[in-house]
Design a protein around this ligand. Structure first.
Ligand code: DCP
Ligand code: MG
Ligand code: MG
Length: 637
């Protein structure tokens, strides 16, 4: 049994925002005429996403372009391989959202999602409520100015709630009466109502001022807010209502159908809405339960051998196993989960953690807003890369992107330094070169294709931070003095190798001191370099040749086409970041990389992976792997 009160632990209010059809919306924001036509964004032969006009006509994300065109002949297609515009839009939206949040706890996940912790704002506004006149409440957005904010009705949830009250189908456009209960639930309900109205305000502001619609979830932690936001899409929001607390009696649960079918029974049995809500989800849909873990759970619940391979890359498992199937499976509990999921390479205490996740418990914090990325990673993939001359040329291209990206992301304007005008806000300490040999054709499928990466790390040379030198000069020096020697260590033979992917990354960011220079950083560039040297002296050169843990960006380049190196790998669904401490290739199929430093979720083997079926061969695999898989097919002929 779970310790009581865990779910309602501290009455946090967390909001999750997911922009609708994000890549398509970026194009629509640039050119509003596109809003009225079915629009898809193409990457390689795949529709990365499409707007809701297109979805109404039957298009889906990650569909083949050829198929989509057949379905909607007048589909407008924009090319989306250059990620710069998406990254810029994402950052600008992030900044905008930050302005609403007192706590500074605003965390981006991928390009198009953001979590906000508005607990303090809810505390403040809850205290302002007049219990005798809840209908005419005012939500203060600025604690110093009581006139800044909006009026709202504190007796109703804004927009949708889960569960949606029985007598409200379809739900009202604007709000739904909150289910009020006695005692603590009432307290939590009030907090969630406040959260829902804040979310509505934010959502409409994002729409009015930035032109983006979004789907929003409101609950008490990241896990639940993310999942409940998916209930109504697009341009909507859903609040997960109490009771959150109790795990209902086993017998009540076993017979419990989803709330919608029999709300009275659910209310009567004092069921937890959290449990009812989560129970329906496929286990693989729970953030923190990655593809590999989900497969292990499915195998266990279905009593199928882990290697029941039907020839498809991921085993072609078609049965879905729900959270409820896992939760109520005989003998299930933290210990059993540890047995099923633990073992070499698994996180310590994984059983207990997953047991909590499937009960909706997630105590991870929303990370503070940070302007400094944890790493910058640039890569490209190639049909064939097998000579040092070619490699040198490609390294030059990648290093140029890296330097440009560093100068965009890590520099800020610094007026009091007239000669330079810009200063570094952070210095990466480590530069890493990774290569991935080409897998033999048709070999053991995606696993082999993802494996075999090797990497070499070393200190970032100081000349990289010299802003007086041109990028070209710096790049040339970096390639000759750092990258080529690293490459030679990875591949000592001048020939005999053939590479699919090159990746260079800078990591280990050290933030520069604030404006006042108090910790001896930014004001004086000379001082900064001395400091950098101190840092480097202490720092031991890493010399581990171990594979990265995630699939590469699925981009092919045979050298003859213009490329689009991913300028900001960690923000992209399509790219990966390298974690050298992780060796477990099979568990590395994650697509989403949080933009801030490692979170509990990030440590998992993946999150939020949808399964898809290949239109060509019927193989089932996580959605993110589809692009790679289609490439696999396209290479066959
Ligand atoms: N993306 C991608 N490749 C993937 C998954 C996502 O290129 N395998 C990109 C395209 C999406 C963006 O990331 O626009 C955000 O992903 P979402 O899953 O949130 O999809 P959308 O925002 O496009 O649609 P939705 O309205 O369903 O959120
Ligand atoms: Mg998303
Ligand atoms: Mg989205």
């Amino acid at each position: 049994m779970l310790p009581p009160n865990l779910l309602r632990r501290d009455g946090r209010i967390i909001v999750h925002v997911d922009y609708d059809a994000f890549y398509a919306s970026v194009f629509e924001a640039e050119n509003p005429a596109l809003k009225s036509v079915p629009l898809a964004v193409q990457q390689k032969q795949i529709i990365a996403t499409c707007n809701y006009k297109a979805r109404e006509l039957g298009l889906r994300k990650l569909q083949l372009v050829s198929e989509a065109k057949k379905l909607v002949p007048d589909l407008v297609i924009m090319l989306g391989e250059e990620l710069g515009r998406f990254r810029d839009a994402s950052k600008s939206l992030y900044k905008f959202v930050q302005g609403f949040v007192w706590s500074g706890k605003v965390e981006r996940l991928g390009f198009d999602e953001v979590f906000l912790d508005i607990t303090d704002m809810v505390d403040y506004n809850q205290a302002l409520l007049n219990p005798n006149d809840l209908q005419n409440s005012f939500f203060q957005l600025n604690s110093n100015d009581p006139t800044v904010g909006f009026a709202f009705d504190a007796t109703t949830v804004a927009r949708y709630s889960y569960p949606q009250p029985h007598n409200q189908h379809p739900p009202p456009v604007d709000s739904s009466p909150a289910i009020r209960r006695q005692g603590a639930d009432d307290w939590l309900t009030t907090r969630l109502i406040l959260g829902s109205h804040f979310a509505r305000h934010l959502r409409l502001q994002i729409e009015e001022q930035k032109g983006y619609t979004s789907s929003v979830g409101i609950s008490t932690n990241k896990l639940l807010s993310k999942l409940v936001g998916n209930v109504h899409k697009p341009r909507a929001q859903t609040t997960l209502l109490p009771p959150y607390l109790e795990t209902p009696h086993e017998d009540a649960l076993i017979s419990a159908e989803p709330f919608r079918d029999d709300p009275i029974r659910e209310t009567k049995n004092n069921g937890s809405n959290v449990i009812t809500f989560l129970d329906k989800h496929d286990v693989g849909k729970i953030p923190g339960i990655g593809f590999k873990m989900a497969q292990r759970l499915r195998n266990y619940i279905l009593s199928r051998p882990p290697d029941a391979d039907t020839g498809s890359i991921y085993g072609g498992l078609s049965e879905t196993v729900s959270v409820r199937d896992v939760r109520l499976f005989p003998g299930m509990g933290p210990e059993k989960l540890e047995e099923v999921l633990g073992g070499p390479g698994a996180e310590r205490g994984i059983g207990g953690k997953v047991w909590e996740l499937i009960h909706g418990i997630d105590n991870t914090e929303v990370k503070d807003a940070s302007n400094v990325p944890s790493q910058i990673s640039i890569e490209d993939s190639y049909r064939s890369l097998d000579s040092l001359t070619q490699v040198r040329k490609e390294l030059r291209i990648l290093a140029t992107s890296l330097m440009q990206r560093m100068r965009i992301d890590l520099l800020e304007d610094y007026e009091s330094e007239p000669n330079i005008g810009k200063r570094w806000i952070a210095h990466p300490k480590t530069i890493r070169l990774s290569t991935r040999p080409r897998a033999s054709p048709g070999a053991e499928g995606t696993r082999a294709y993802f494996a075999n990466s090797i990497s070499k790390s070393g200190p970032v040379p100081n000349f990289v931070f010299n802003l007086k030198a041109s990028i070209d000069t710096t790049v040339e020096k970096l390639v000759q003095e750092t990258l080529v020697p690293m490459f030679r260590k990875l591949h000592p033979q001048p020939t005999g190798w053939n590479l699919r992917v090159l990746n260079i990354a800078v990591t280990n960011m050290v933030e520069t001191a604030s404006e006042d220079g108090s910790t001896g950083g930014g004001r004086d560039i000379g001082n900064m370099f001395r400091r950098q040297e101190d840092i480097l002296r202490e720092w031991k050169v890493e010399d581990k040749d171990v594979p990265p843990d995630s699939p590469p960006k699925m981009q092919e380049n045979d050298g003859s086409h213009p490329r689009s190196p991913d300028p900001d790998s960690m923000l992209s669904h399509d790219s990966y970041s390298l974690h050298e401490e992780k060796m477990d290739i099979a568990g590395s199929e994650d697509q989403l990389q949080p933009t801030q430093e490692s979170t509990a979720w990030q440590e998992d083997d993946d999150m939020d992976i949808d399964s898809e079926k290949c239109a060509l061969c019927g193989a089932t695999m996580p959605s993110f792997a589809m692009a790679a898989h289609y490439r696999f097919h396209s290479l066959e002929d």
